[in-house]
Design a protein around this ligand. Sequence first.
Ligand SMILES: [Zn+2]
Length: 486
Amino acid sequence: MFKKLAILIVLVIIGLVGVIGYNTVMNTAPEKTGTAIASVKIDEMAAANRLAEAVRIKTISYSHDAPVEADAFDELHALIETSYPTVAEKLEKQVIGGYSLLYKWEGRDPDLPAAVLMGHLDVVPVEEGTEQNWEQPPFSGAIVNGAIWGRGTLDDKVSVFGLLEAAEYHLKAGLKPKQTIYLAFGHDEEIGGDHGAGKISKYLADQGVKVAYTLDEGMVVVNDIMPGVSQPIAFIALAEKGYLTVELTATAEGGHSSIPPRKTAVGKIARAIARIEDNRLPAALRRPVTDMFETLSPYMPLSLKAVISNRWLLDPVLVSQLGKGGATNAMVRTTTAATIIQGGTKDNVLPSTAKAVVNFRILPGSTVQGVIDHVTQVVDDPDVKIEIKQGNEPSKVSDHTSGSYRQIKRTIEEVLPDVLVSPGLMLAGSDSKHYEDLAENSYRFIPMRFGPDDLGRVHGTNERILIKNYGEIIRFYIRLMENTGN
Ligand SMILES: [Zn+2]
């Protein structure tokens, strides 16, 4: 009896090892669909100067309550008009929401659903007290050391001007794209995009426009972030996480601190935060993160490849490992970040209320209500009120097998032949969310090449882009306009 069991266990193990080995060996990289094309001749320096001029115009979004910097946006519109005369002459332009721009470029086949190529005209302010840390002033548009410096060079005047450069190039040469292309530039992405992208999307829907895909800012080309993968990886984000800010308010009896109650408002709010931090939302491997691992695993070291090729068995191992990292944790979990705490003004007075703010970034497949339910359950205190300050659901997950995705992928492979293309999950937000109902698919990618310190330049200090990379971005858009719809 005992011997039979032992034999059975050995057979099961051999079987498992066989299946794991088979799955691992069969997990090979697919053929590339695009091959390198000859580099298109463009005047990179002239293009750099046009972007630099745009950087000098302070189209800053401060906050929901602050008025729009109307003069700056008008000035930027005028600059676009004079910098891209053929675009101005040949494309149908609409100003939407006062300051956003929409251009229509009619395709050869108007029955095909359109492509909406996006960017945003606004930038974030420079944090007070950090101006002197910039190597070049933040709104100088200086061209120094082969780079264009200033706000908007990465986020996101780079894609607005890159797209306009590409459109101007083609319109001069007389290209008519196969599918209709819209260039859609919002003016308030940094404060949610409701009045810009939100209104453009509504306008298109009202016109009965069908949209095959949107391409917006989002992910970029990065090096050395996946174990064993030596090539740079171009991540096309198929989804973005949701956003939820929750305010907690604890109430207790106020009064003099010489005769305190057993539980104070400060103690209650501290306990609530501690409980929320101690009970994170559970980790889970879901699309598009699974798509990413499936795409990249053939290039990974054997051990990782074996785990990813055998997720039917080893999923819990993978999830728990990913959940331990920083960036990888954010890919598999709705993250929890306590960002503000307030309460009390005097050392000998008990405050009657204390407040805290917690920011969650919600994993696709989860919901705002699900997070609220979780918070309510773990805080478990009737004296702590839980309120939503701001919330939007995670996006849907777009298809990485669609014709549109394949066109974008092929374009990347043709223009940046050294990179691997993979689906990804965007951890921040973009204007794409406003096209959720309109577009069949939404992709988020700009071929910016990011080194280890470039992420910190976005919304941070020393934002700048190399002119050489800007040239690649323009060539990518030029090729995409040729490929799109084909
Ligand atoms: Zn942006």
